[in-house]
Design a protein around this ligand. Structure first.
Ligand code: AMP
Length: 703
């Protein structure tokens, strides 16, 4: 900063970057030299405590509030970022009940005032950072907090991306792969980021929402309580004061080998003891190892080793602890990277992102003004990468029924670590009674397993306003999207009329997720289905045919209603193998499709898939299908036909698709009907599979 003596005279548009932290927050802007810079608070400090106190009867944010917390005042709120978007967090303060959103709005408003006082200009636009790990409700609550604070939050970006952006502003090799290790006060995120000359891309991310400096404080508090067994109960009664003191102690231990603790409880004589760094490190080693495990997972997920990484970029106040730096060196075999201030990097990156958005906006305005317009000067210094692209940390899913129709499962629609923005469309079969009041309900989730009890529920999405047309069965195509802010959006159309439908989000019923832990109530209108794709993976499928077959399988899955349909995968050539048992988890199916390889069951054509198909479909409820793909002539055709007929007799619909050297007469004999035997070109495979899936889905909606 150039000092607070006089207002900065500058007419260029202004937007700030705000790091809204669990324990501390910071605000930054891009100065007239084009460099991001922290705006210090009225005390001249770069960081402001994210603490709100009502001890004086009106809300106070920052150091004074933290002092109230330290003296054990009851009218103090802190660590509320951990409860962002959680409706059950209701904090009584100053005679009112406060949500985490409203408390965060007080912090944001305080930072806004701080920036306005320093810059001498109104500040109304901001980019606010959130942990990569924040789910939709937490992100939506952050934007709402900005709105309540009088800020137009143009973008929310993840803390690691923001830190990487700040780092990317520094000169370096053209492309750097950096692991951003972000250990803050209350959260841990680790992201692999590729910093190129034009673009910063997050490749993969993982984290723990419940792990941060606070846990190190708790370990230190544990050591203190053990040192004073007689006073432990009294100390635990005043957690605020103890926590402030151990946090101070922890910081001292980052600089010294041992530190003195002094505590006053209940007017008793002050307690004092010395705690050494070694015992603190011993008491918190397992916390470090938790971060190491998640870091290893990110590398594994991308199939990378430490040799593929330029370095680890430590971000967040807690990476100041020497044990973290030593551990990172132990993990990666090299010292952590320097160059950006761990406490400031996130706010600085957010300020850079805010400037990039302003630049984009003026470029768009210039395009409208025509070719003679004078180009605007860049706000940020030219060398910075201008494009920032992220991934989603959580898979987006919905609640579906499993293949046997006796259990609800979380079915993934958009798997995690996809690049944003992204969209996926899914069909639903649905019966309208013609009364005009119908609604289709979809429960959207964020979560990684198929267990409905482990998901975050984003809401009960209701699709309504179906065009009139009386009693009928319809297909509704529902599109799910993640936007740039990693917020979820849903739109829907009715397939036969193409009519756009209304989508609203209703409050979650109280019995969620409990209701999904009970068996589903069977509805005649939503008959379950199980489909196996059986692919001939003999030698002639090598190269392009296999790629086209995989593409066809992906198209096929995208056209099925996975709330009622389960899909499995069989490979056959010399042997036959179930590559994937039927599941309605799109992510699992897609992984199995990607994993198909020629030769896994031999290279010849000695076998057929029909016995396997019958066995796998034996326990499935509702309609059952086998879609068989063949590209050549099978050795034992008469046996295959006989076994295919067994399938037909068992009520399994066999659809046979052939291309290349496949025998058309043979296809007709293995298919359940002549219409179910299809011969096509390799280039048409995807569209043929899409049509089959649509017909299977629509067949379920025919009377
Ligand atoms: P952040 O959320 O990034 O602001 O990080 C805040 C966390 O960093 C809090 O838990 C602080 O106690 C911790 N922290 C800040 N400075 C230090 C330090 N010098 N040594 C240890 N922890 C620190």
């Amino acid at each position: 900063m150039t000092g607070r003596s006089g207002p900065v005279v500058d007419s260029r548009p202004l937007a700030v970057g705000i790091d809204l932290g669990t324990t501390y927050s910071a605000v930054a802007w891009v100065n007239p030299d084009g460099d991001p810079e922290i705006i210090p608070n009225a005390l001249g400090e770069p960081l402001t405590a994210s603490v709100v106190s009502f001890a004086a009867g009106r809300p106070i944010v920052g150091a004074e509030a933290k002092a109230d917390q330290a003296r054990g005042a009851s009218e103090v709120a802190y660590l509320f970022k951990r409860s962002m978007g959680n409706p059950s967090f209701q904090f009584p303060l100053g005679g009112e009940v406060w949500s985490a959103t409203r408390l965060s709005a007080l912090v944001l408003a305080h930072l806004k005032e701080q920036a306005e006082a320093a810059l001498g200009r109104p500040v109304t636009r901001a980019v606010v950072t959130v942990p990569e790990y924040f789910t939709h409700p937490e992100r939506a609550a952050t934007i709402e907090a900005g709105r309540l604070a009088g800020l137009d939050v143009r973008r929310i970006i993840s803390e690691p991306t923001s830190a990487a952006l700040a780092y990317g502003l520094r000169p370096g090799p053209r492309t750097r792969r950096v692991l951003v290790y972000d250990l803050g006060g209350g959260t841990f995120d680790v992201s692999l980021v590729e910093i190129g000359p034009d673009e910063i891309r997050v490749l993969c991310t993982d984290g723990n929402h419940e792990l941060g400096g606070r846990d190190w404080d708790d370990r230190l508090a544990g050591l203190v309580l053990r040192a004073f067994p007689a006073e432990a109960a009294a100390l635990e009664d005043e957690p605020g004061a103890l926590l402030v003191e151990v946090e101070r102690l922890k910081r001292t231990l980052s600089a010294r080998q041992s530190a003195e603790l002094r505590l006053v409880v209940d007017g008793r004589p002050p307690l004092s003891t010395r705690i050494d760094r070694k015992s603190f490190e011993g008491a918190s080693r397992d916390l470090l190892e938790q971060t190491g495990q998640l870091t290893g997972q990110v590398l594994d997920e991308l199939g990378l080793s430490w040799a593929d990484i330029h370095g680890i970029l430590p971000v967040g106040g807690s990476t100041r602890m020497p044990m973290v730096r030593d551990y990172l060196e132990e993990l990666s075999g090299r010292p952590p990277m320097g160059g950006v201030h761990p406490d400031h990097a996130v706010a600085l990156g957010a300020a850079a992102q805010a400037a990039i958005l302003l630049e984009e906006e003026s470029a768009a305005q210039l395009r409208l003004a025509g070719p003679s317009a004078v180009p605007a000067e860049p706000i940020l210094r030219l060398s910075a990468p201008r494009r920032v692209s992220g991934v989603v940390a959580h898979s987006l899913g919905m609640i579906a029924e499993n293949s046997t129709g006796d259990r609800y499962v979380n079915s993934v629609l958009l798997p995690r670590n996809q690049r944003i923005p992204c969209t996926e469309t899914r069909p639903y079969q649905f019966e309208l009674d013609g009364g005009g009041e119908e609604l289709l309900e979809v429960y959207l989730t964020q979560g990684e397993t198929d267990d409905p009890s482990t998901c975050v529920y984003l809401g009960r999405y209701l699709v309504t306003r179906f065009p009139p047309g009386g009693r009928r069965k319809v297909i509704v195509d529902v599109a799910y999207a993640y936007d740039e802010n990693v917020l979820v959006g849903v739109t829907a159309t009715e397939r036969s009329s193409g009519a756009p439908l209304a989508v609203t989000v209703a409050e979650l019923p109280e019995d969620v997720p409990g209701r999904f832990l009970q068996p589903p109530v069977r509805s005649v209108a939503r008959e379950p289905m199980t489909v196996y794709l059986a692919f001939d993976l003999s030698g002639s499928m090598s190269g392009l045919p296999l790629n086209e077959a995989k593409r066809a399988a992906e198209t096929f899955v995208s056209q099925l209603d996975l709330t009622t349909t389960a899909v499995g995968l069989i490979a056959f050539s010399d042997r036959v193998r179930a590559e994937q048992q039927a599941t309605s988890n799109a992510a699992v199916i897609e992984r199995a499709i990607r994993g198909l390889v020629v030769g896994s069951t031999g290279y010849g054509n000695a076998t057929h898939p029909f016995d396997e198909l019958r066995q796998l479909l034996a326990g499935s409820a509702g309609r059952r299908f086998g879609v068989v793909l063949a590209d050549g002539v099978w050795s034992n055709q008469s046996r295959a036909v006989k076994q295919a007929q067994h399938c037909h007799r068992d009520g399994i619909d066999v659809v046979a698709v052939g291309f290349g050297g496949a025998d058309q007469g043979f296809l007709r004999r293995i298919a359940s009907s002549t219409e179910q035997a299809l011969f096509t070109d390799l280039g048409e495979l995807s569209s043929v599979f899409g049509t089959i899936a649509r017909e299977i889905t629509e067949g379920a909606t025919r009377p």
